[in-house]
Structure formats: C-alpha cells, structure tokens
Design a protein around this ligand. Structure first.
Ligand SMILES: NC(=O)C1=CN([C@@H]2O[C@H](COP(=O)(O)OP(=O)(O)OC[C@H]3O[C@@H](n4cnc5c(N)ncnc54)[C@H](OP(=O)(O)O)[C@@H]3O)[C@@H](O)[C@H]2O)C=CC1
Ligand SMILES: CC(=O)[C@@H](O)[C@H](O)COP(=O)(O)O
Ligand SMILES: [Mn+2]
Length: 399
C-alpha cells in the first residue's frame, strides 16, 4: 500500500475563487500540514483571492484583470505574499515548480495558464474541460512530452478513470457518461426554447459556476465531456455513450468485453473527485457525507433526447468530424452562453448560434486541425469573431 508522504505536497490553485476552487481550498485547509501552497490565481475577485492567499499561506497571488492589481496589493499589504496581475503573470505563476496544480479557471481563458503548468510537468488536476475541447490533441501531446500527469477532476471522468482500473484498455467495450438531464429534463421543446437564465441556473443536483451550469441545462456540458473523454481515455465516439441519470449518484460506467460492468458512484460533491486527485496515488480521508444508497432508494436511467437538446448532437458531430470542429464549437458556445446570460439570446439560440458559427467557419475554410495550443487559440479567436458578428444584440462580457 502506498503511504501518505510526510513531505508536504507543493500546490498551485488556478481558479481558486470559483466553485471547484472553493472545494479545493476546503480540502487543503482540512489538513494544512500536508500542503505548501505556491500560488493562487483568480479572474477579478480580489477580496476572495486575498482571503484565500492568507488562509492558505500562499507565496504568490495573481489576478487576471490588470486593473485589479493595486486593490490586491492593498489587500495583501504587510502579509509578505507576492502580488501580480495579467495574463503573463498567470502563466508565470502556473509554470513555477510544484508537485500538483489544480486547473479550475472557467472556460478557454484557463488554457494558457494550464498549458504553462503542463509544460512544467508534475500532476495537473484538470477540472477545466474547455482546455481539452479547444486544444485536446496538442494539450495531451504536450503532457506526454513533459511527463505531466493529467488527473481528471470532472466527476464523470474521475469515476471512469477509477472504473478503468478494473481491466485493460483493449478490453473496454463502452464508456458511459451519466448526465443529470439538467433543469429542463422533463420540459417540452417549446418551453426549453423560452427558458430564462434564472430557470437554467437552477441545476437539480450540483452547485457549480454559471457557465458549466448553463452547459448542463443545454446538455452541451455532456457534449463537451464526450470530447474530454475522447482525449483523456483515447477512445472514439463509437466507444462513448451518454445516459441520463437524474439522481447524479452513478457518475461513470465502464462496460467490459466479458459483460462485466464497473460503475463509479459518489455523493454529488466535487470534493470527492478533487480529493481523489489531491491525494493521488493515495486516498485521503474527507469530511464528505457518505453516500447512503438506502436513502437514495431509486436509481433511474433514460436515453438522452438530442431533439430537445440539439447541443449534444452538435458536440457529437464535432467530435466525429475532429480537426478544428471542437475548437470552433467550444468558442461559439462560450459566446452563446455569455449572450444568453445577458438576455441577448434565447435559450434555443445557444445551439443555433453554435451551428451557425460552425457552418460559417467551414465556409471560410477555417476549420483546420490545430497543430499546437497556440494554433488552437488562434482558431478560437476567429470563431469568437464570427460568433460575435452573428449575434443580433451585442454583448458586454464574453466569458
Ligand atoms: N463546478 C463544478 O462542480 C465543476 C466544474 N467543472 C469545470 O471546472 C471549471 C471551473 O468551473 P467552476 O469552478 O464551476 O467555475 P466558477 O465560475 O465558479 O469559477 C471560475 C474560476 O475561474 C476564475 N476565472 C474566470 N475567468 C478568468 C480569467 N479570465 N482568468 C483567470 N481566472 C479566471 C474565476 O475567478 P473570479 O472568481 O475572480 O471570477 C474563478 O476562480 C470549468 O471549466 C468547469 O466546466 C467541471 C466539473 C464540475
Ligand atoms: C459535477 C460535474 O461533473 C458537472 O460537469 C456535472 O456533470 C454537471 O451535471 P450534468 O450531468 O447535468 O451535466
Ligand atoms: Mn461533469
């Protein structure tokens, strides 16, 4: 049995102020002697960032928004904690040597700092699925080259990664990702089309950041997760499936060639997969309320409806097409979600915009296979330009 090391694990948390970030901080503070926190990074919430930096005794705090530099400096004055701001500072923070990095910045904004961590090596606990949807081939190739170990945090992928330990890669017949079905699981197509942000932000089983919550409501989240699974587990769409499971108790399922089925179950609490990655290869003890299956009582499963949830169909098609299609899909979806949250787009406008952008990008001959992370980011920018130009009402904040 592998023992828990008595040497503290050095850690950096990208996206420390978000939903995944807060769960990570909770685990770090439960056993502070086990960790040496190097850097914490946020987008613009300097109050929470400064608090996290002090609580965790971090050496460095970085905020993405350069306009927030002075505010962060004032908040951390006299603490001895180094302060920085901006994109280059985030990448520099992520490239400082540590054993373990949490990649939990929301959206493609997280790609540059996360790849900086990958290039440095060590363990990368990856929550940010957009990194893999935007630039999966290049991202995983760089991880292989640097020796970085990519640990899946996303609940389905973490469960599947554990289930996959029951056999060999060539003995897998199917990998199934469960989906809660989101708040519109039982809604008609017409009602879904008219859904408002306040409806879409009411996730039935998980408490998460706004972007992933909207993606769950459209089932784009499950589409992004299929692409994420393709890169993490090196399987094609023919071996991947989605099953709607409203209780969010079973997170991932592996069907084996001999008929055996191994499923990963856990409470709907992200501290469980984060702890799995934080302790890896050792299991930590957490204060998470254990899963009580007698209390849950019934587990149900149903097929996903791609007619009412066309985002899932679009993501599957992008995965099947490959090349730059997932990059374009992801960029268009980020703009669409931002527009929906600003009331600039109907809910049904999200998949509609994604489809329009994919068609226009193909028409302009842009959907090439990215050769590098930087190449993927260039394609991402071009797809955003098309998406923004396709909106009837302009938006103030692209995610
Ligand atoms: N929440 C969950 O349960 C799950 C989340 N994920 C994935 O994890 C990632 C994070 O999700 P979640 O924690 O919910 O998101 P949140 O919106 O709650 O948090 C996002 C974090 O990213 C930071 N951030 C936002 N924009 C930037 C930027 N431009 N530069 C640097 N930092 C930025 C935010 O800082 P600030 O607070 O200052 O804005 C915050 O710390 C997503 O990719 C999501 O899909 C995957 C599975 C489950
Ligand atoms: C917690 C987590 O991993 C989310 O990605 C979750 O999967 C969202 O729920 P849905 O199953 O509704 O997309
Ligand atoms: Mn998930």
């Amino acid at each position: 049995m592998t023992e828990i090391s008595s040497t503290p694990r050095s850690v950096t948390v990208l996206g420390v102020t978000g939903s995944i970030g807060r769960s990570t901080v909770d685990l770090l503070l439960a056993e502070p002697h086990r960790y040496d926190v190097e850097a914490v990074v946020s987008g613009n919430d300097v109050t929470a960032l400064a608090n996290n930096a002090k609580q965790l005794k971090a050496k460095l705090a970085v905020v993405a928004d350069p306009a927030k530099y002075q505010a962060l400096k004032d908040l951390l004055a006299g603490s001895g904690i180094e302060v920085a701001a901006g994109d280059d500072a985030m990448a520099e923070a992520a490239s400082r040597p540590v054993d373990w990095t949490m990649g939990a910045i929301a959206g493609t904004a997280g790609l540059r700092p996360t790849i900086a961590a990958v290039r440095r090596g060590g363990m990368i606990a990856l929550a940010n699925k957009e990194c893999l949807v935007c630039a999966g081939d290049a991202f995983m190739r760089e991880a292989e080259e640097s020796g970085a170990e990519v640990l899946p945090v996303d609940s389905e992928h973490n469960a599947i990664c554990q289930a996959l330990m029951a056999g060999k890669a060539d003995e897998v017949s199917k990998i199934i990702l469960t989906a809660s079905g989101g708040p519109f699981r039982t809604w008609s197509k017409e009602d879904i089309a008219r859904a408002k942000p306040e409806n879409a932000l009411k996730h039935p089983t998980w408490s998460m950041g706004r972007k992933v919550t909207i993606d769950s409501a459209s089932l784009m989240n499950k589409g992004l997760e299929l692409i994420e699974a393709h890169h993490l587990f090196k399987v094609g769409l023919d071996k991947l499936d989605v099953l709607v499971h409203p209780q969010s108790v079973v997170h991932g399922i592996v069907n084996w060639s001999d008929g055996s089925v191994v499923a990963g179950l856990a409470p709907a609490d992200m501290r469980v997969p984060i702890a799995h990655c934080l302790g890896w290869p050792v299991r930590l003890s957490t204060h998470v309320t254990p899963l009580d299956l007698a209390k849950v009582g019934t587990l149900t499963f149903e097929p996903a409806d791609e007619d009412r949830f066309p985002a899932l169909r679009l993501a599957k098609a992008a995965l099947a097409e490959g090349g730059g299609a997932p990059t374009v899909l992801n960029a268009a979806n980020e703009i669409a979600v931002a527009a929906f949250l600003e009331h600039g787009l109907d809910f049904s406008g999200i998949p509609a915009l994604v489809e329009t952008v994919l068609d226009k990008a193909k028409g302009e001959g842009l959907v090439r296979a990215p050769q590098s992370v930087e190449d993927a980011l260039n394609l991402d920018r071009e797809a955003r330009r098309i998406a923004l130009a396709s909106l009837k009402r302009p938006i103030a904040h692209a995610i």
